[in-house]
Ligand binder design. Sequence first.
Ligand SMILES: NC(=O)c1ccc[n+]([C@@H]2O[C@H](COP(=O)([O-])OP(=O)(O)OC[C@H]3O[C@@H](n4cnc5c(N)ncnc54)[C@H](OP(=O)(O)O)[C@@H]3O)[C@@H](O)[C@H]2O)c1
Length: 278
Amino acid sequence: MNTTTKQTDTKQAETAAGRAAGGAWGGSNPVAVISGASQGLGLALARGLAERGWSLVIDARTADRLAAVRAELAELTTVVALPGDVTDDAHRADLAEAASELGGASLLVNNASSLGGSPMPTLAAFPLEALAETFAVNVVAPLALTQLLLPQLRQHGGEVVNISSDAAVEPYEGWGGYGASKAALDHASAILGLEESQVRVWAVDPGDLRTQMHQDAFPGEDISDLPLPETVVPGFLRLIDERRPSGRYQASDLLPRGRVAEVAEASEASEASGLEVA
Ligand SMILES: NC(=O)c1ccc[n+]([C@@H]2O[C@H](COP(=O)([O-])OP(=O)(O)OC[C@H]3O[C@@H](n4cnc5c(N)ncnc54)[C@H](OP(=O)(O)O)[C@@H]3O)[C@@H](O)[C@H]2O)c1
């Protein structure tokens, strides 16, 4: 067992150390719930955690793509894959129940997200239905799933990772709906972190990544020079291993030096081609 974790709270320290050692903890593998894990960052995180022996509960709306991911990851670990929309009450209840049946969640990654449209509308022209949907997916659903899982997370001294964005902090034209929703998620994360003494709550900006969502934000643009989501996974794993205090983090700040240089190089190339936001 890794003994580098500060011994401030015996149970929580044991939890982190057990995870760092590869997942064996309390006689069974820790359980992570990841929304939107059929592609992009969610899939990369699911792979990273599965390789360390975490049991997974994952979702996405498109059933066949999710089933393919389940088949891949089931070679490594226990995976419950439930197709559905995070805005659906019954679906979220199923996710929480599945986590409970596996022993209870130690980690929730609220990753599934909506851009609000492609191309993204300006605020002056933002259809209100799309705006409400953006907030429903990006703010209300993560909080609702967190509410359901908090009893499990508290019991395990667990963690919530809310996937944020640069657009939560920087005002970019055309990013009003998505950016405002991510800013709301950041603020809710910060308050939840104060309210929950047994659970770490992290809002994490992953940086610009080569994913379908990024492509949808820049339809027709070449995003092939952006870093793949896999490149930032070590940053998330470090956050979990070290059980950093609740707060807002940038994945690039948590990466080993060599990896930072790699990601920065790819980001510079993308800025040069005019793709600055995600
Ligand atoms: N890519 C970037 O450059 C970037 C930058 C900053 C932040 N982020 C954030 O990173 C996270 C992941 O984004 P990504 O780029 O990896 O996106 P992505 O490649 O488009 O993947 C999104 C995943 O979420 C699922 N999903 C979407 N809406 C859902 C819903 N309502 N219910 C359940 N699952 C849903 C998708 O599957 P289905 O479509 O089948 O449901 C898919 O599995 C998001 O929170 C995003 O805001 C991304």
